[in-house]
Design a protein around this ligand. Structure first.
Ligand SMILES: Nc1ncnc2c1ncn2[C@@H]1O[C@H](COP(=O)(O)OP(=O)(O)O)[C@@H](O)[C@H]1O
Ligand SMILES: O=C(O)C1=C[C@@H](OP(=O)(O)O)[C@@H](O)[C@H](O)C1
Ligand SMILES: [Mg+2]
Length: 173
């Protein structure tokens, strides 16, 4: 069993729209941790947006860049919001798990759709022929594979999601 007391980071994974970026910063404040969003790290490293990377070099290049950036993350005592495609890299997830409790924010498809309208411009790392449903089906197994904690968050407010994560972490002995 994972020893949570030895991990200084909390790593949020899940589909776009599950709340990683916005819940992450609230959680960081509640837990007196720092916060980093790896999508922001990618954009700073590349000096361009995620969408620009996908448009000019394709979704696989975004995944490669993301893997490189994630392998460079050596933050401690952070809540780390990842991008939805982070779980494609086994190497990156193994690296993040070394000092991180991995939390899967699980939301159902209709919830995700209601939260996000800009799928066309959000820079999703998907094949052009893949629907959002395809992506959801493909990724669910990846997120569950790496998760130490799964929070069903479709019916929860952002604060409730944070509270649930905190309870789960503290109740784990
Ligand atoms: N639990 C929640 N309840 C309602 N809205 C939420 C919840 N979590 C996130 N949202 C909203 O959904 C949208 C996507 O959230 P975001 O944090 O950007 O997701 P992600 O980083 O996982 O793609 C934002 O508008 C955010 O405010
Ligand atoms: O799911 C994806 O393919 C992606 C999600 C985005 O992050 P969010 O999950 O924060 O939207 C971002 O990492 C990138 O554009 C790829
Ligand atoms: Mg995000």
């Amino acid at each position: 069993m994972t020893d949570y007391t030895s991990k200084s980071n909390i790593v949020l994974i899940g589909m776009p729209g599950s709340g990683k970026s916005t819940v992450g910063i609230i959680l960081a404040k509640m837990m007196a941790k720092n916060f980093v969003d790896t999508d922001v790290l990618i954009q700073l490293a590349e000096n361009r947006t995620l969408q620009e990377i996908v448009d000019s070099e394709g979704h696989m290049e975004l995944r490669h860049i993301e893997e490189r950036v994630l392998l460079d993350v050596n933050h401690r005592h952070h809540v780390i919001a990842t991008g939805g495609s982070a779980a494609y890299s086994h190497k990156a997830m193994t690296h993040l798990a070394q000092d991180g409790i991995i939390v899967f924010l699980n939301a159902d498809l209709s919830c995700l759709r209601s939260r996000i309208q800009n799928y066309e411009t959000r820079g999703l790392a998907k094949r052009p022929d893949q629907t959002f449903q395809d992506l959801f089906d493909e990724r669910y197994q990846l997120y569950t594979r790496y998760a130490n904690i799964i929070v069903d968050c479709s019916l929860l407010s952002q604060e409730e999601v944070c509270n649930k994560i905190i309870v789960e972490i503290r109740s784990h002995v």
